[in-house]
Design a protein around this ligand. Structure first.
Ligand SMILES: Nc1ncnc2c1ncn2[C@@H]1O[C@H](COP(=O)(O)OP(=O)(O)O)[C@@H](O)[C@H]1O
Ligand SMILES: [Mg+2]
Length: 239
């Protein structure tokens, strides 16, 4: 579902992503881990079509991200670390707008808005301007805007920053359910416990290079580490 081939990205002289290759299957939950500055956000922005690679290509469901961007956009959900929303709309207006853009049936959009607002306890914020909402509430609106059109592929950068434990619990459940429905998730994070709990496979990025990948169990066994934390520290702090 997601193929990344020989992907590199340079910022001036800095090589932020080095010859990265990823093959992520339909229905797979894949987490990209790595220290700050490892190149996770850069990778995910390139896959989302928001940044051009210096080299290499990305295919989503067989579509080339650069040549068939419109097709890719229709099946892609992106949850960035800094949510971008139209600040002068209310959540209700924003979600109606997203529903329209993705051609979701109006009744379905209205039902979904009610469903998710109830679930996340957001009823009181439905008609408040987005600019007046907290970071965490905005982040929830971004998630709901993605669930609304149910993309084939979710790209999630630092998924749970600023969210309360109840919302984290809920989102873990919802994301896991999405993969059971055959949706594919690529998530970047440095919260190891969440990656371990949710992921089918984990890839560790260090200084732009994928240094290892596999299921959490496989990696721990391969590196003779009892925990993902020990494994992570061993692999990313060798110098
Ligand atoms: N727009 C940019 N211009 C210049 N350097 C950048 C830019 N974006 C990221 N970088 C650099 O690329 C490297 C990887 O950054 P990033 O992908 O944000 O890492 P991560 O998300 O893993 O913390 C860092 O050294 C960062 O400073
Ligand atoms: Mg980042």
């Amino acid at each position: 579902m997601i193929i990344v081939e020989n992907l590199s990205k340079k910022f001036g002289t800095l090589l932020a992503v080095k010859d990265l290759n990823l093959h992520i299957k339909k229905g797979e939950f894949y987490s990209l881990l790595g220290p700050n500055g490892a190149g996770k956000t850069t990778t995910v922005k390139i896959i989302a079509g928001l940044m051009r690679p210096t080299q290499g290509r990305v295919l989503i469901n067989g579509y080339d991200i650069e040549k068939e961007y419109i097709k890719v956009k229709q099946i892609l959900g992106f949850i960035p670390d800094n949510p971008f929303l139209y600040e002068n709309l209310t959540p209700y207006e924003f979600l109606r707008f997203i529903g329209d853009i993705f051609g979701v049936d109006k009744d379905k959009v209205l039902k979904s808005i009610d469903y998710y607002f109830e679930m996340f306890n957001l009823r009181e914020y439905k008609d408040v301007l987005i600019k007046e909402l907290s970071h965490g509430t905005k982040q929830k609106i971004v998630y709901i805007s993605n669930f609304l059109h149910s993309p084939l592929v979710y790209l999630i950068d630092e998924p749970l920053v600023g969210l309360d434990p109840f919302s984290i619990h809920l989102l873990k459940k919802l994301l896991k359910e999405e993969t059971k429905k055959g949706r594919t998730i690529l998530m970047c994070t440095h919260i190891l416990s969440i990656a371990e709990e949710l992921s089918d496979r984990i890839g560790i990025l260090s200084e732009g290079e994928l240094i290892t990948q596999g299921s959490p169990c496989f990696l721990k066994e391969k590196e003779c580490s009892e925990t993902l934390e020990k494994l992570f520290l061993k692999l990313t702090q060798s110098e």
